[in-house]
Design a protein around this ligand. Structure first.
Ligand code: ADP
Ligand code: ZN
Length: 523
């Protein structure tokens, strides 16, 4: 039996937001906050966190105050709410004084359901006095992991948000985040004085998605084979890094009988919108897209998501692959990954305008993504572990179904490192591999590198294998690519113990992916 609050919540969900039913733990969370209780919500991106505070804000008298660091998204959120008739506004540094005044007046007069505020703004005397004079439905603290000093997104102002509890002890609070390991969760509860709040932790697992990461040789041919072998006549998304590659890949797939459409931010809006509409409406369109595609797309029967380029982070990978199999039926997350991906992503970080601390964070995220690609263990265990969730090997990823062979690669890596050292860390991958394999190239002759002791010491290993070894050495942080010096390979401090024989290196031997018949979809 639903009580009155529950049935009102369902009514708001259906009549205002137009959704038939709550997802996951939404109903319980909405109920908790609508009744005036506190909540700490951990839910994956796309899980539906917004409704968890939007609906209680509508059910309770007064304005719901949403604290969010994402100033750039506030306008969109407010517009989307306006479209369904919810009275929302924001206060942040992008608006004029007049605009802010108008919003403040509405808050004071009780004319708003939701108010989005940046944390630094909320903490001003002016804003706190405004709240003192207004009826408050609740506080929602979005991206609550920003309170964690050890996290990637630390915001000092978040620490001061405990003032909300001290100043407005009777107003319910809900803190929400998509990324929080158990320590961060405890830190959020502690710093925001939410120790007594009810915790709602959603699982990040998507058991029907099969994860697979293959060695890239000819990416678009590989993705074509993958589609022809396993997904004929089904809807899917192929993600590429650049607009040019999106267009080329879509053309290539079309030329080979796959109905593919391109999508990227550089296309004119009419074509983009019509491509998206066809993808949603028709059964078997493959959308080839940059990551600009997918936000807010809710197509339940996407049977696969393929990546032809490495995502920047596990969060991105999780979000993009999460668009597959929303209907719960078997779906594939497939990726082709190679040396060039590692080099390219590292370069993008190096060459970005961002400050050092931001670059460090990006590097950390990329390293975690590389760790997922290179892992010898279950992909899902690794993925969920990143989000702080422990699990057992899944039996539904490539490494579980077809365990990779690992080998002691110490000697090979030592050879690679010495070759880089002997050519004085002034040459790129191609030349270093030529030296290792003893290839008589023009460059070798020009630099008399056939005289080096390392010349030809790796002739028993193919060029492709050397590339795989180099890729892993880069992923492991033993070697860096110096983009200021034409992509020359350089050794890091970490390389020393390996060269000295103090640190063994386990490498992953890539196998040709074995095709698996998907189990029949359960009705
Ligand atoms: P999050 O903030 O957790 O990333 P959002 O609140 O933006 O997620 O919701 C993600 C998407 O899911 C949105 O398009 C939203 O409209 C949709 N959504 C949320 N809850 C429901 C529901 N109960 N039924 C259908 N769609 C929903
Ligand atoms: Zn697994």
């Amino acid at each position: 039996m639903l009580d009155q609050i529950d049935s009102k919540a369902l009514d708001v969900l259906q009549t205002i937001f137009g959704y038939p039913s709550f997802r996951g733990q939404q109903a319980q969370i909405v109920g908790q906050v609508a009744r005036g209780g506190d909540a700490l919500v951990l839910m994956p991106t796309g899980g539906g966190k917004s409704l968890c505070y939007q609906i209680p804000a509508l059910l309770r008298p007064g304005v719901g105050v949403v604290v969010s660091p994402l100033i750039a998204l506030m306008q969109d959120q407010v517009d989307a709410l306006a479209e369904v008739g919810v009275r929302a506004a924001f206060l942040n540094s992008t608006q004029t004084f007049d605009e802010a005044m108008r919003t403040e007046r509405k808050v004071r007069n009780g004319e708003l359901d939701l108010l989005y505020v940046a944390p630094e703004r909320l903490l001003t005397q002016r804003c706190l006095e405004l709240l003192d004079a207004s009826k408050l439905a609740l506080f929602a603290i979005d991206e609550a992991h920003c309170v964690s000093q050890w996290g990637h997104d630390f915001r000092p102002e978040y620490m001061k948000l405990s003032v909300l509890h001290e100043r407005y002890p009777d107003v319910p609070r809900i803190a929400l985040t998509a990324t929080a390991d158990p320590q961060t969760r405890a830190e959020i509860a502690h710093r925001l004085q939410l120790e007594d709040a009810m915790q709602f932790v959603s699982s990040f697992d998507r058991p029907n998605i099969r994860y697979q990461i293959v060695e890239k040789s000819n990416g678009r041919k590989q993705v074509l084979d993958f589609i022809q072998d396993e997904h004929v006549g089904e809807a899917g998304i192929v993600y590429c890094l650049s607009r040019k590659k999106v267009e080329e890949t879509a053309e290539f797939l079309n030329a080979h009988g796959v109905s593919a459409l391109p999508y990227h931010a550089g296309m004119d809006i009419a074509t983009r919108t019509s491509n998206q509409a066809r993808f949603l409406r028709e059964d078997a369109i493959v959308m080839v897209a940059t990551i600009a595609f997918g936000m807010g797309i809710d197509k339940p029967d996407v049977r696969f998501v393929a990546h032809l380029d490495l995502p920047k982070s596990i969060e991105g990978y999780y979000q993009e692959t999460g668009r597959a199999g929303r209907d719960g039926l078997p779906a594939d997350a497939w990726m082709a990954y190679g040396l060039q991906d590692v080099v390219q992503q590292r370069r993008m970080i190096d060459e970005s305008e961002a400050d050092e601390s931001f670059k460090r964070v990006q590097t950390g995220k990329l390293d975690a993504m590389l760790g997922l690609c290179e892992t010898l263990n279950c992909r899902r265990v690794r993925l969920l572990d990143y989000f702080g969730q422990q699990s057992d090997p899944c039996g539904n990823c490539d490494t579980c179904l077809n365990p990779p062979v690992s080998f002691d690669g110490t000697v090979s890596v030592q050879k690679l490192l010495s070759a880089i050292y002997r050519v004085e860390q002034r040459f790129g991958a191609g030349h270093v591999i030529d030296v290792l394999r003893g290839t008589d190239s023009e460059k070798v002759k020009q630099w008399r590198h056939e005289k080096l002791t390392t010349f030809g010491i790796g002739s028993d290993i193919s060029e492709a294998e050397w590339r795989a070894i180099l890729r892993q050495a880069i992923a492991l942080g033993l070697v860096v690519v110096d983009h200021d010096a034409y992509g020359s390979l350089k050794l890091t401090e970490e390389a020393r113990p390996v060269l000295r024989g103090e640190r063994p290196v386990q490498l992953r031997q890539y196998q040709k992916p074995v095709k698996q018949k998907r189990q029949a979809a359960k009705p």
